[in-house]
Design a binder for this molecule. Sequence first.
Ligand code: NAD
Length: 498
Amino acid sequence: MREVHHFIDGGVVKGASGRFADIFDPNTGNVQAQVALAAESELAAAAEAAAKAFPAWAATNPQRRARVMFEFKRLLEANLDELAELLSSEHGKVVADSRGDVQRGIDVVEFACGIPHLMKGEYTEGAGPGIDVFSMRQPLGVCAGITPFNFPAMIPCWMAAVAIACGNTFILKPSEKDPSVPMRLGELMLEAGAPEGVLNVVNGDKVAVDAILEHPEIRAVSFVGSSDIAHYVYSKGTAHAKRVQAMGGAKNHGIILPDADMDQAVKDIVGAAYGSAGERCMALPVAVTVGEKTGDEFVARMSEAARGLKVGTSTDPEAHYGPVVSAAHRSRIEDYIQMGVDEGAELVMDGRGHTLQGHENGFFIGPSLFDRVRPDMRSYRDEIFGPVLQVVRADTLEEAAALPSSHQYGNGVAIFTQNGRAAREFAAQVNVGMVGINVPIPVPVSYHTFGGWKRSAFGDTNQHGPEGVRFWTKIKTVTQRWPEDDIGDQAFVIPTMG
Ligand code: NAD
């Protein structure tokens, strides 16, 4: 059986802990490979390799580091088909969607190509007599990223591309469910010209994560995953005096006003709710309709649209979405559907028990639609992370807008309306980090920045964009003076520029 090991110091290193996890083929339910789970000592070896590579890489001028990023981008593009197929085979999302996952990663690499400009710093000439002040951004040292299963190309690139372009060296700890694309990223970064030890990939579970959080050489940790673990990583990492950003779960709402273009809203939301089997942190699993008429029309048209969805294997070019990542995850989704029924929501469409001929053991689940979901229900408050759309009915925009604002998660939100003033006011007031106006999945472009609020993110700096550069660098401010005259007794008082 195929085995996935680690990529440390420029080469594949066999896992030595004796512990492995299964990698499934979600289409068939079969185990297709095994991934080594690192022991603390293997993480330490990666940290040592990264520490050894750091001084020379940090001293490589930014233009040369950018050239490595340009080449990395070219290699990702040249290997896009292979990467997308590999990604789909372990994750289960359809290949077209996997291509989007890789492309979103490439977009961030492209952003990182601009690093010479992004790290230029600031300069004030003549801040006082003979005095100039300037600031420079310097890399932190060895950094680490811990990533979830659902975007195994994009999210590692969010972190590693920006951190490495800034002059850091990096340890990536991907999800053990689909580690093969992250391993390829390590190989391609080396092929692009990054020296050995600049990007290391250590596979593993909690043992590897704890080793990262405790390792004295690792300066900063970026995490993306579920909220409880994000909070754990944030607390433990900061207790070990590391810089930490930890993105968590989500429950994104789409608000549909009576004046919305209903054709567009239904088309957008069917994709945003069910695409990738709902396994996206920017999926739209809650639709809030304003007014009974809007609710009736939306539910009728959405159930028709959802009935038209084709659930198929990840390689079926006609499938709208594929299987979910594991049998355990499918059971969890099915439990939430039962919870919704028990809590009194109306189950308009039940996706449980969906099987695909010839793939009876695959992790498939059909689309589910709930109407008249109430905010006090646990199935509404929790993240389900599956192909389940919950409709909450509101009477007014104020009532609708209060829902995402008061929800425990605050990743993304969308509003569908033709009323510019209402949309503008909503975007300004809502207590959520990323807002779409007639855009169902408002994932910001790479040169802006990605990050939610409340339990969707711990820490205060976002992913990629200028915020990403800030996270992966520290600022140094230099005040220099070349006085022409004697400065007298000034040295005894706090200097001012007055
Ligand atoms: P997860 O929290 O189970 O795993 C994320 C990472 O944490 C993995 O690398 C995993 O190996 C590690 N991990 C798992 N259990 C751990 C433990 N007990 N201690 C330490 N580390 C542990 O998340 P997942 O199921 O892979 O991904 C789905 C979740 O990620 C969803 O909640 C989704 O909303 C969230 N997500 C958030 C964003 C965002 O930007 N906010 C983006 C993508 C996914």
